[in-house]
Design a protein around this ligand. Structure first.
Ligand SMILES: Cc1cc2nc3c(=O)[nH]c(=O)nc-3n(C[C@H](O)[C@H](O)[C@H](O)COP(=O)(O)OP(=O)(O)OC[C@H]3O[C@@H](n4cnc5c(N)ncnc54)[C@H](O)[C@@H]3O)c2cc1C
Length: 412
């Protein structure tokens, strides 16, 4: 007899493991298939800086044990200025966080299979998904299949549910360092901060960061989309590793810094408009959608929210006497996604494109603008509030806006 579950989830990242936690807590038979081996988990998928905020920690019951450091402020840096705002946060040890989610899901009754690489959907005679194929020719069946494999998206792509575009792929890399001068006299005090730096000389077409993990230790990295600004400001042939090395060599805060052995994290995510997220018997969550916050790359909380929205949707369908799992019944997921997971996605994407297309001088002025506005403006801008966005956009930004709109029209 083929193995059958209520729900099969591909991928044990924050999204997949959280979805399993929620569904197992409601007593569903749920199995998670994860490609990596359990003994080393997570290895390649240990990719994240894992800066997050108390709203995520409390909403999902995340224990202190997986926190490397708590921070008080968010600092934004431009080439010649900075802006600091009070915003408590937590930098997680991403690997321990992932292992906690797995252990907690298991305690709730979820089954995990490691060393299980999902390759494609198993379809019935009507081409509706009824299970997954993994590790060559192994199969299992489920009422609902969830793709939570991040940008790999083997099932979502095969079902044509998502189309992750290469030109919208952001790539990132980070090192963990010690011996960092976090309170350097020429810069803001980063000792209890998450700092994001807008500077095309360091991260052309993207941004870089320093997240404090101790008095003189930090996660230091950068990311960018290979967009127009990256082409204009970047050095031909330079690699992302090369850009990070270049920053470490040129910034005095890293003069005595040393890399911690083996502590290098890298990965990618797509910054683009979400299209369809479900079909008959199937839902895509987390970075598979893509869910990551376009402005600051916050993907953990968003991914976990999308996991919860999927679990709520599945719970509702399977509670119904007829247990419908067709596309129409699962459409509740898309609705919850747009309402609760990533509202105002279009304005946030517009702001993201403008931000990363803007020249370095504009970043210095952005810091002044932010200082002039009240404390809530940055939070409102971050939520895609059009009035708040208008406060930090100037008349001379219009050519940039025109350039963006032309680009959008050309690609639509
Ligand atoms: C350098 C970097 C820094 C970041 N910093 C932050 C940050 O500070 N804060 C924040 O909130 N977000 C950050 N992010 C983003 C965040 O890490 C992601 O958004 C988040 O991990 C997405 O979770 P996910 O579960 O959707 O996917 P993933 O984390 O990608 O997990 C996917 C899982 O699926 C598994 N898998 C892949 N393919 C298969 C397959 N075929 N079969 C079975 N299993 C498979 C993988 O091994 C992995 O365990 C960062 C990302 C990068 C790359």
């Amino acid at each position: 007899m083929p193995e059958r579950y209520d729900v099969a989830i591909a991928g044990a990242g924050p999204a997949g493991a959280q979805c399993a936690r929620d569904l197992a807590a409601r007593d569903y038979d749920v199995v998670v298939l994860e490609t990596e081996a359990e003994a080393e988990f997570p290895r390649q998928s240990n990719k994240s800086t894992a800066g997050t905020f108390p709203s995520m920690m409390s909403a999902f019951g995340i224990p202190d044990d997986v926190v490397m450091s708590y921070t008080d402020n968010v600092v934004l840096e431009s080439p010649n200025d900075y802006y600091e705002t009070y915003q408590p946060g937590a930098v997680l040890e991403f690997a321990e966080f992932k292992r906690f989610l797995v252990a907690d899901g298991r305690d709730n009754g979820a089954e995990y299979r490691f060393d299980a690489r999902v390759s494609r959907p198993v379809l019935d005679d009507d081409d509706v998904i009824e299970g997954v194929r993994y590790n060559g020719d192994e199969e299992l069946y489920a009422d609902v299949v969830v793709d939570a494999t991040g940008p790999a998206a083997p099932i979502a792509s095969a079902l044509d549910v998502v189309d992750l575009e290469r030109e919208n792929q952001a790539i990132g890399i980070e090192y963990e360092l010690e011996g960092v001068e976090l309170d350097h006299p020429e810069y803001g005090d980063l000792r209890r901060s998450m700092m994001l730096r807008l500077d095309h000389d360091i991260a052309p077409g993207g941004y870089s960061w320093v997240f404090a993990t101790g008095e003189d230790s930090a996660k230091v990295g950068l990311c960018y989309i290979q967009n127009d600004r990256h082409e204009e400001a970047g050095e031909s042939g330079q690699t992302i590793d090369g850009y990070l090395e270049g920053w470490l060599e040129s910034d005095p805060r890293f003069a005595d810094a040393e890399r911690l052995d083996g502590k290098i994290h890298r990965g990618s995510a797509h910054i683009q408009r979400p299209g369809r997220m479900h079909t008959d018997g199937f839902i895509a969550i987390g970075d598979t959608v893509p869910t990551i916050d376009p402005l600051w790359g916050e993907g953990i909380h968003k991914g976990m929210k999308s996991a919860r929205a999927a679990a709520m949707t599945i719970d509702r369908c399977l509670t119904d006497a007829d247990q419908p799992t067709d596309a129409e019944s699962l459409a509740l997921y898309d609705q919850l996604w747009h309402e609760d997971v990533a509202p105002r996605m279009n304005s946030r994407l517009l702001l993201t494109e403008l931000l990363y297309l803007a020249p370095n001088e504009r970043y210095d002025r952005l810091m002044q603008d932010l200082r002039r506005t009240d404390d809530d403006t940055l939070a409102a801008v971050n939520q895609g509030d059009k009035r708040a966005i208008a406060k930090v956009i100037h008349l001379d930004d219009l050519p940039l806006l025109g350039k963006y709109l032309r680009k959008r029209m050309a690609s639509s």
